[in-house]
Design a protein around this ligand. Structure first.
Ligand SMILES: Nc1nc2c(c(=O)[nH]1)N[C@H]1C(S)=C(S)[C@@H](COP(=O)(O)OP(=O)(O)OC[C@H]3O[C@@H](n4cnc5c(=O)[nH]c(N)nc54)[C@H](O)[C@@H]3O)O[C@H]1N2
Ligand SMILES: Nc1nc2c(c(=O)[nH]1)N[C@H]1C(S)=C(S)[C@@H](COP(=O)(O)OP(=O)(O)OC[C@H]3O[C@@H](n4cnc5c(=O)[nH]c(N)nc54)[C@H](O)[C@@H]3O)O[C@H]1N2
Ligand code: SF4
Ligand SMILES: [Mo]
Length: 772
């Protein structure tokens, strides 16, 4: 670590502003950063310089080197070598993915929301920030008087810090401003109920939690990529790189997925499983491992709970039994069971949303995670890793007299909660319709693409107060009363503190100062929240001058400042080892891995059994598709799922031309006058319906119909169709082109225990009338 010398602080000029502005421009840039690149003269007047940044396109902080021209305009972005998220580790090259590269377009995009807007006489009108903050505060105050602040629901992307979430941001100003200060009681966090609630619940109860996503790559010998596509959905560049390195080193990679994903293409084996039948596969693998005595007796005897229940559950689940349910080969099932167990403890899994977005998969995820306990591949070299984070501080914790005005307030969603969790997103539209929720604040979030889309669109019109902090226009932001435009990550200081990443035994921090000034008339989210707090009269509880000062406080436990951290962009902090579970490192708050949830979910499963006329156990169990979720019928015989691509982060960048173009090219359809998403459909299902590649098709479910372009491919199992999400109605795609599959999902399509939105829907597909 270096000290802050050379930072030029004496004159209020930081090293960055001096570097950035160069010679004559320095004064202008230092004076509050008024000279934004957008209104800079066309010809660069100074020398090119570089700055650091942290990519936030998919919220993983990959390190960036930003090349600025003489006017401070960002012209190129590159990776940072050795970066914990952007490289494979020490001495390796740092890179950025297509989303990361597209942030140059994002920063200067004419589709950005360029200045604050507030609703006057029914119309959104451009205003300055002072007026926007005042208007927002007055609206919030009168809402509080009329209905009570707790009638407002707040939704924020990526801001919870649960133990099983492996070190998400340590501090959440959004929660403090709208919760503690304003007094709204409800927020709907990640990962339950929009991301992978059905499996997150079981992974956490068993003891792994979010750690099911990232193995100890450098040492692994056998990897089951199970309902995940990490070569496109990598959580940072490090992950794809270490996965490919493991393969080169000779590790066996098996992908279990109804789609022939980019990861499946690079795997030793692809098991094209029928969706929602993973529970059968996992039980049969357990059957083989137990019968052949391949499990870790010492781990099972000394560090687990409920093994007898498990043994009984798998006793009759032969590979042949599972083959019939899953559409897989019994021999393949036997092979991967033996391969996995023999490689253990250097055997691991990568799983995320594939088993996380259907109530029928909740038990499948329990059966799946049980395999790790069975072979003892938990936090041992090459197994499933329990990650550690560098120490960090939540600056709000030291704010004197910080009130909690949300305390004791009634949760407006209390009538709509799932059985075991304190929130559910799909019920919000109903709560709005019933008058139980009257206000909504969104920050970097679009709930309309997540579920119950039609109901959401109607409900948004009925709100008494709707605030959004966003960067692009959409039919969602256009419905808001206040639209506060956020600056993108190149335009603001960033800070992250670790967990999973390229360094499997080292904690780290990463951070950067703003590379360019906020474009147009935008502000960082942090500044927007400070502005709202001040306008509400709570400025004293937001005492930091700027975000850099705030980050300095977050960094104080590792004895660094942002100035210092910015020099290299990241720093390794402490070392740690394996077998953290010996000290209670499990996510279930015990020192034991749980096969059986008998002590926690007895009553719940009893209630569920009555509701669904199915005998739910607390132990591992086979739950057939359609038990809680949609059943396939003659009318709706196809199962609709969805997926991500490497070009988009959720619904966050479909407003940008380059990713839309690259996506069309990847589908070999750039020549078409169409920039929506594509329905992946097997040739068998397509030809029996008279559908050819490139045709427009309609997808109909019980609740409606959407249309998009067909992509006919052997890369999806017959009987299943899938599309990338983030398109169509309510998306930021400039023409709302493509389909929003969640128009087919209703408020009731959720996991009854945790509220996770069900994204396995029964549909029919037909040619859409007319050519596109
Ligand atoms: N159909 C379907 N829906 C899903 C999923 C799925 O698998 N299928 N997965 C779910 C999962 S796993 C998750 S984690 C959630 C994530 O979902 P969200 O947390 O909602 O994230 P995004 O979709 O990226 O948010 C999109 C919004 O962010 C805005 N935005 C873009 N850039 C910025 C910026 O710099 N600042 C601000 N303030 N706003 C910006 C966009 O304009 C848009 O309005 O989605 C869930 N939704
Ligand atoms: N490029 C990109 N990367 C991202 C994101 C992004 O939006 N874009 N989002 C980030 C976030 S928040 C998340 S939650 C993760 C999600 O990461 P992933 O879970 O890897 O997301 P998907 O690409 O949707 O992959 C899920 C896979 O599950 C398969 N699947 C669906 N149903 C079943 C089933 O019943 N059984 C099995 N075995 N497989 C099934 C699908 O075919 C798909 O290939 O990605 C993260 N990384
Ligand atoms: S993986 Fe790509 S989009 Fe995500 S943070 Fe890294 S460079 Fe950015
Ligand atoms: Mo997610």
């Amino acid at each position: 670590m270096s000290d802050a010398s050379g930072s030029g602080d004496d004159f209020g000029l930081t090293r960055r502003t001096l570097l950035k502005a160069g010679g004559a421009g320095a004064g202008a840039a230092a004076l509050g950063g008024c000279l934004s690149a957008a209104d800079a003269p066309e010809e660069a007047s100074g020398e090119a310089t570089t700055a650091h940044g942290n990519c936030w396109q998919c919220h993983k902080y990959c390190g960036m080197e930003v090349t600025l021209n003489g006017d401070g305009k960002a012209e190129e972005v590159h990776g940072v070598d050795g970066h914990p998220r952007g490289s494979a580790g020490e001495g390796t090259k740092g890179t950025l993915c297509p989303k990361g590269l597209s942030q140059l377009e994002k920063a200067y995009s004419p589709r950005r929301i360029k200045q604050p807007h507030v609703r006057k006489d029914g119309e959104l009108k451009k205003v300055g920030w002072d007026e926007a903050f005042e208007y927002t505060a007055e609206m919030m105050e009168s809402f509080d008087q009329d209905y009570g602040a707790n009638k407002m629901v707040r939704l924020h992307g990526f801001a919870t810090a649960a133990k099983h979430e492996a070190c998400l941001p340590s501090s959440n100003p959004f929660k403090y401003v709208f919760g503690n200060l304003y007094g709204s009681s409800e927020s709907v966090p990640h990962p339950v109920p929009t991301c992978f609630g059905s499996s997150s619940q079981t992974y956490t109860l068993a003891g792994l939690g979010g750690n099911m996503r990232w193995p100890d790559f450098p040492n692994t010998k056998y990897l089951l990529v199970w309902g995940r596509n990490p070569l496109e959905t990598f959580a940072g560049q490090w992950e794809a790189k270490q996965l490919l390195e493991a393969k080169e080193r000779g590790a066996t990679i098996v992908t279990i997925d109804p789609q022939y994903t980019e990861t499946a293409k690079k795997s030793d084996k692809w098991l094209p499983i029928k969706p929602r039948t993973d529970g059968a596969l996992a039980l049969a693998m357990g059957h083989v491992i137990v019968n052949e005595g391949l499990y870790d007796e010492d781990f099972v005897d000394n560090h687990t709970h409920g093994f007898e229940t498990y043994r009984e559950a798998v006793a009759d689940k032969t590979p042949e039994w599972a083959a019939e349910k899953t559409g897989l080969d019994a021999e393949d099932i036997r092979d991967i069971a033996v391969g996995f167990a023999e490689a253990a403890p250097a055997a691991a899994m990568q799983s995320w949303t594939g088993l996380g977005q259907s109530p029928d998969l909740q038990k499948a995820a329990q059966n799946q995670v049980s395999l790790l306990g069975l072979v003892g591949a938990i936090d041992r070299p090459g197994g499933q890793k329990l990650w550690s984070c560098a120490p960090t501080k939540d600056p709000f914790e030291d704010v004197e007299g910080l009130p909690n005005n949300a305390e004791g307030k009634e949760n407006p969603m209390k009538e709509y909660l799932p059985m075991a969790y304190s929130s559910t997103q799909n019920a919000i539209p109903t709560a709005i319709k019933n008058g139980d929720v009257k206000g909504l604040t969104l920050y970097y979030r679009n709930p309309v693409k997540d579920g119950a889309a039609e109901e959401w669109l109607e409900a948004l019109d009925e709100l008494e107060m709707f605030i959004t902090i966003d960067s692009f226009w959409s039919s969602v932001s256009r419905k808001a009363d206040v639209v506060l435009p956020e600056a993108s990550q190149l335009e603001k200081p960033m800070y992250g503190h670790g967990g999973y990443g390229a360094y499997n035994t080292k904690t780290w921090v990463t951070g950067s100062k703003a590379a360019i000034d906020p474009q147009f008339d935008t502000k960082s989210g942090w500044e927007i929240l400070k502005g709202i707090a001040e306008a509400l009269g709570y400025g004293e509880y937001f005492p930091w001058e700027d975000k850099e000062e705030y980050i300095d406080e977050q960094l104080s436990p590792v004895d660094m400042t942002l100035d210092e951290l910015d020099e290299k962009n990241y720093e390794l902090i402490d070392s740690y080892g394996y077998e953290k579970w010996k000290d209670g490192g499990f996510a279930n708050d015990t020192e034991t891995f749980w096969f059986d949830f008998d002590k926690k979910f007895d009553e719940l499963y009893k209630g569920l059994s009555e509701q669904y006329d199915f005998e739910f156990d607390t132990g591992p169990q086979w739950v057939p598709p359609g038990t809680i979720g949609d059943e396939l019928t003659d009318e709706y015989p196809l199962e609709l799922i969805d997926h991500r691509t490497v070009y988009f982060s959720h619904g966050g960048d479909q407003a940008l031309d380059k990713p839309l173009e690259q996506f069309a090219e990847s589908m070999d359809k750039e020549h078409e006058d169409y920039r929506g998403n594509y329905l992946h459909i097997n040739p068998k299902d397509a030809s029996s319906r008279g559908i050819s590649d490139g045709d427009m098709v309609s997808v109909e479910g019980e609740n409606g119909e959407v249309s998009l372009m067909a992509h006919v491919t052997e890369g999806i199992v017959p009987g299943t169709v899938s599309m990338a999400y983030g398109f169509g109605a309510a998306s930021i795609q400039p023409d709302e082109e493509g389909a929003n599959s969640m128009m087919l999902n209703t408020p009731d399509d959720v996991d009854p225990i945790n509220g996770q939105i069900d994204r396995h829907l029964a549909v029919q597909v037909a040619p859409a009338g007319g050519e596109h």
